[in-house]
Design a protein around this ligand. Structure first.
Ligand code: PSU
Ligand code: MN
Length: 309
């Protein structure tokens, strides 16, 4: 039995209508809900992010694979499954054919969400922090598939940089090598996820959603390989994690991960969880502030993009 694209990739009725009418749509990822945030807060956050998109006049499309079907836009039951289903998988882009063929369910990372959003015709995507090059990459070669996916996917990702658990300069270098366009949003520095800045400079800065939309139009007009645009939007200084606390707990977390021998897909959730506990929830608040800000900005960019076309 062959399964055609329309049975594997299914937009919700609301998302399909919005795309057909040119209403702005914002893709939201699900791994942050399933593997990045603690229960039960994660379900609340999933709903809250959708609400932020709606308040800005756009339609949210949270993306996940349920029973082998890539769902573009989840209903309440879908969101509940992503937030609470025990053993839900974490799916990168390479896992999608397996999940589809075997009828599996999983949350999608930035690589899988970007791919599916672009396939569905969605151009703007909000997340927290991208995956990237892990510290210690010279030995273990751990580099998130997010980076490669963004080098071949025409999507605009609004994020607070890459997770600070990573090797940020190495990640920026990789993005440069792969030709991924990066712009700071009202900043000259690449954001540090929980922190307002990573301390690394960015070469370009944009000031408004209209400028982001203009960059997107220029990408299309120039043609060539379909690469992404990363809009790096820092968490406000007042809402960032205390940098000294961040550095101390992160050092502990990295040590704990290596002592416990955690690696591969498990490392990112392990470190994020360690930070939440080690900062008594302060990292969670900073993470949420970043994701909310990114979601709000993504909705405004999606609106600018749909009027511009
Ligand atoms: N941003 C967050 N929390 C997360 C993630 C991003 O605020 O949990 C997820 C994203 O789905 C990202 C993934 O794609 O972590 C990267 O995982 P890995 O390093 O295994 O590729
Ligand atoms: Mn990895």
């Amino acid at each position: 039995m062959s399964r055609s694209a329309d049975t594997i990739l299914r937009p919700s009725a609301e998302v399909a209508a919005a795309l057909a009418e040119g209403t702005p749509v914002v893709a939201l990822e699900s791994t942050i809900i399933s593997h990045g945030l603690p229960q039960p807060r994660n379900l609340e956050v999933a709903g809250e992010l959708e609400e932020i998109v709606r308040e800005a006049g756009a339609v949210p499309a949270t993306i996940a694979v349920l029973d082998g079907v890539a769902r573009i836009g989840l209903d309440e039951e879908g969101l509940r499954r992503v937030a609470a289903e025990p053993g839900l998988r974490k799916l990168g882009q390479r896992d999608l054919p397996l999940a589809a063929a075997l009828g599996a369910s999983g949350a999608t990372t930035v690589s899988a969400t970007s791919f599916l959003a672009a396939r569905a015709g969605i151009r703007v995507f909000a997340t927290g922090g991208l995956g990237g090059v892990h510290r210690g990459w010279t030995e273990d070669q751990d580099e998130s598939a997010d980076l490669d996916a963004l080098s071949r996917t025409r999507i605009t990702v609004v994020c607070a940089g890459v997770k600070s658990i990573l090797d940020v300069p190495a990640t920026l270098q990789r993005l440069e090598t792969r030709g991924v366009t990066v712009a700071g949003y009202r900043t000259d520095f690449f954001p540090g996820f929980y922190l307002h800045t990573s301390g690394e400079p960015v070469d370009w800065r944009i000031e408004s959603p209209a400028e982001a939309a203009a960059v997107m139009r220029a990408q299309d007009a120039l043609g060539g390989t379909e690469t992404a645009l990363i809009v790096a939007n820092p968490v406000p200084v007042e809402q960032q994690l205390d940098p000294a606390l961040h550095d101390r707990v992160l050092a502990e977390a990295l040590q704990a991960a290596s002592a416990a021998g955690v690696s591969g897909q498990a490392i990112t959730p392990f470190l994020l969880d360690y930070l939440v506990k080690g900062t008594e929830g302060a990292s969670l608040e900073a993470n949420l502030a970043a994701v909310r800000g990114n979601t709000r900005l993504a909705a405004r960019i999606a609106a600018a993009w749909s009027t511009a076309r």
